[in-house]
Design a protein around this ligand. Structure first.
Ligand SMILES: [Zn+2]
Length: 440
């Protein structure tokens, strides 16, 4: 609970899946008995679902010349072969895997919009609707961010051939966004906007998309990739005359509805300015490690009072415990000391709460008014044996793989004893898609 562990807690959930009341030390034994320690579900605040189909397939060294950019070329090849059925099958399997590990919601940063030749589908929102369908089939909570992607680099450089499925002008983007509104509402998903990055969206485009947001819903989440790799920081200095985060906090009204994805390369001043803005940083430690992006300076940002959540981005990792362990160990390895924040437990609580803010949905804590997104840990897991309640989450994150037993989203059981009810049919469909994509 927000104040720490409590016992014999009764959680009353209303008809639409929201926590109505939460009562510690309750004598009542009626209702569903949760069979282990319960923690708030973790929001996954950065996902490109289709990239799961590519995870672990770009790990062969090419003479030491592999970088983020060579990885991206290979990833585009997959992006250009995924059809709508593939998109739905990959996302559904991914979301079940995320649920199984304790992620109860996902923010989908969705940028593949068009047919492989770049023309829009007859239904402009075809692929976005497949993401909505995948979330519904899996039972995960969803914030869907249709992405505005216009240029291949700073200075409005023309998009490249391999980016044609991503590209919209502002009119195209408005049509896409509006086509998703009613479908998202039906699916219970939150919509937000995502100017892809300061590379793919110019200052003028950013102003346009923010004006659209002001018109449609001024509280919608705004997410963008920023300062992931050093080359991007250098190009921003050349073209915009400032480092990316420095430019953003100076030129946009950044507040707690904003999410800066990665923000790995910050000066002390940028770190403080970002913290002061109230924005949430989306840290994706396993992907950032896989791509060799660099290490986010958590102690500096934490000291400045900064907010952060975790994302699984390219989906080489699918587990909140693994992401937080990586975040913790990256800092320890760099600084050659131990616990860098206060504890893995506190890191979990903060990333759940702030991740909820970045998702734009009432999630990330156990309290009245929040969705009943609950993770029940397995009391029979060896890492959780023995007393000392205070260290349960530390033990899960640092020493326990596979500690999640049951998962509830909006009060509904979606994982029971480690299993999703439709696991077999979802897996078969996914295997068929992977055959289609890779058996060439
Ligand atoms: Zn990303």
């Amino acid at each position: 609970m927000p104040g720490g562990w409590a016992s014999d807690v009764r959680i009353d959930v209303d008809g639409d899946g929201t926590i109505a009341e939460i009562t510690p030390d309750s004598a009542t034994r009626a209702g569903v008995h949760l069979a282990g320690p319960v923690v708030p579900g973790m929001p996954d605040i950065h996902s490109h679902a289709f990239q799961r189909a590519f995870a672990g397939r770009a790990e062969r060294a090419h003479g030491g010349t592999d970088t983020f950019w060579t990885w991206r070329r290979a990833m585009y090849d997959v992006a250009n072969r995924v059809d709508p059925d593939d998109m739905e099958a990959i996302a559904t399997q991914l979301y079940v895997d995320l649920l199984r590990n304790g992620f109860t919601s996902v923010v989908e940063f969705h940028y593949v919009h068009h047919q492989p030749d770049g023309t829009p589908y007859a239904n402009r929102a075809e692929l976005g609707e497949r993401i909505l369908a995948a979330a519904s089939a899996s039972g995960i909570g969803l914030t869907l961010l249709p992405v505005l992607y216009r240029w291949s680099d700073f200075g409005e450089a023309a998009p490249r051939e391999e980016q044609r499925r991503f590209i919209n002008d502002l009119d195209g983007y408005v049509a896409l966004f509006d086509a998703l509104v009613s479908h998202a509402a039906t699916a219970g998903a939150r919509l937000g906007i995502a100017p892809h990055s300061l590379r793919a969206v110019s200052p003028r485009d950013l102003a346009d998309i923010l004006a659209l947001r002001a018109e449609r819903d001024a509280t919608m989440p705004v997410h963008l990739h920023i300062a992931e790799v050093v080359g991007e920081v250098e190009r921003a200095r050349e073209v915009l005359g400032a480092r990316p985060v420095e430019w953003l906090v100076t030129n946009a009204a950044v507040d707690e509805t904003w999410c800066a994805v990665h923000a790995v390369h910050l000066t002390e001043g940028e770190s403080q300015a970002l913290a002061k803005s109230g924005a949430v940083v989306a840290l994706c430690p396993s992907t950032e490690g896989n791509l060799g992006d660099g290490v986010f300076d958590w102690p500096a940002y934490h000291r400045a009072g900064g907010h952060a959540g975790i994302g699984t981005d390219s989906h080489v990792g699918l587990d909140p415990a693994e992401e937080l362990r990586w975040l913790e160990y990256d800092q320890r390895l760099r600084d050659q000391r131990r616990t860098v924040g206060s504890s893995p437990h506190d890191l979990y609580v903060a990333c759940a709460r702030d991740g909820g803010v970045a998702s734009g949905r009432p999630i990330g804590a156990l309290a009245p008014g929040m969705r009943a997104d609950l993770v029940v840990l397995d009391p029979d897991h060896s890492a959780l044996a023995g007393g000392d309640v205070e260290t349960i989450v530390d033990r899960w994150i640092i020493a326990g793989n596979g500690c999640v037993r049951d998962v509830y989203v909006g009060g509904k059981a979606v994982i029971t004893q480690g299993t999703h009810p439709d696991a077999t049919s979802i897996r078969r469909r996914y295997q068929k898609t992977m055959k289609h994509l890779w058996d060439r």
